[in-house]
Design a protein around this ligand. Sequence first.
Ligand code: ATP
Length: 588
Amino acid sequence: MDSRQIGRDQAGDAAVDRSFDHANAGGVMAPVHPGVLGQDDQNVGIVGEEGPTQLLGWRRNGDAEHARILVGIFANIILRFIIHDIYVAYIPGRLMNTTTNAIHSTSGSAAAASPSRIPITIAVGDGIGPEIAAATRLVLAAAAAPLEFHEVTVGERAYLGGVPSGIPDDAWQAIRTTGVLLKGPITTPQGGGYKSVNVTLRKVLGLFANVRPCASHACVPRSRPGIDLVVVRENEEDLYAGIEHRQTPETYQCLKLVTRSGCERIVRYAFAYALANGRRRVTCMTKDNIMKLTDGLFHRVFDQVAAEHPGIVADHQIIDIGAARVATRPEHYDVIVTMNLYGDILSDIAAEVAGSVGMGGSANIGARAAMFEAVHGSAPDLAGKGVANPSGMLQSAVQMLVHLGLPHPAECIHNAWLRTLEDGVLTADLTSSGAVSTSAFAEAVAARLGQLPQTRAPVAYGASLRIALPDIPPLPAEVREQVGIDIFLHHVGQPHDLATSLLGVVGAGFDMTMITNRGVKVWPDGHPETICTDHWRCRFMSTGMVAVPFAQLLALIGRLDAAGFDVIKTEGLFYFAGKPGYSAGQGA
Ligand code: ATP
């Protein structure tokens, strides 16, 4: 059969021909995608020719119509869709091909535009990165995903080539131009003060939301059943600010920075994600019983945003018990929104409980760019052996396709991947016998493109999945007054002796109210059992708790310095609109 002879009177012939040329010339054989999506303002026409078609019906999906057509039951069929950016499908027997074209149709007359490929940046990364990236590209190519790859080098080779950030200028340029990066895992060399490429990319590009879906797989022996959760992790703040100092011979610190807008942005994104994906529950996890200001802010913002979404069940759990329950009862969770460090740990736990950390993909979403990567790291212990599971990167590529507005190849790859696992094709992290190599796994997925999973519902992505990013209004101005100062000292000795010496130099206008060691109050009324280190916080409040000029604070620090105290840092004690913006001492 010459496919060119079929349906030439229909719109979009040039685009169809290109697709058929490719298929008939023995090009990459990819499956037809069973799903077709049309926007409200577009006409969708479906023509089935030669052989039976089975239209499973139209499904309302947000504001779009979604037609699903069962693939594989008919012998020869051409489906053509008069719609913008639609797949053209052709199945003579098992031969299938897809392409994306802009086919414009007006009042029955149509002009076909050239097939357009979407430019993306790819960095294969370090360790197992090149192997899993090659596997991912093999599947993307087999699915004829309309992508144009711009390859850049970031990570270990860039560091060792003298780029301290690990991200050379040409990589920045490519990422900015394409707005999308598909990235393999990166090794950050130990020592030498190298900063993590992952964290730099997320923060510099404003990729505030890290979305990490996780689901069980009945066919994977170690996979706990019933898991279908998504961790929405805040991606820019928290301890990942990476601001660390050694302050005394004994003591090191890492600053935990949390902003109101950062909390609101991620929490709003989590609710928007839940709505867009038909999820019913959002659980917030923090440690606000200990960190009342930072984690407390996250929890408070969560409660406020949750109140705006009465249709979604919202609850809060302390992170330690929450993480324990994700390990033991993961099926109880739907969407989890949490802070940066907790989200990192939690998503590894969830991925392991679902089968392997090698299975999880993630999307890093920002207003101007997005990055897609596996949840796991570069696993140097497996590098070069051809045994790594490429699923994490493949799943991140699926998320990328959805983000790019290509739900059809995303669905197609995802369903083929599920089918591959169902068929018992497993890498060594998932089975102790009969494991396949990284490349064999990818080939198995490619060979199943167009097939659907048999033991669970196929995945269906809709156009509504693109989530509008929250617009966070600036905070109203608040009156801020400094009423005191915490002065941190390096000192070796006993709390009572330190207090006595300090009281001698405080001077008029200030009261020393407290000394703590590692946060625990040791003066006044300390406890003899408390182990003290060389790092002390001494709190001075202005007498009468009135606003105090900065010059007076400097004079106080100067008096302490002149008296021989070793001042290592200070923190202002502020009132915001009449409310204290600092914590009390533990045991105070
Ligand atoms: P990072 O901090 O960068 O996330 P990490 O120290 O947590 O890295 P990973 O590189 O994620 O460590 O790997 C931890 C272990 O998990 C590896 O040693 C490896 O045994 C296993 N692992 C990770 N990824 C895969 C994979 N794709 N396939 C199979 N096993 C993996």
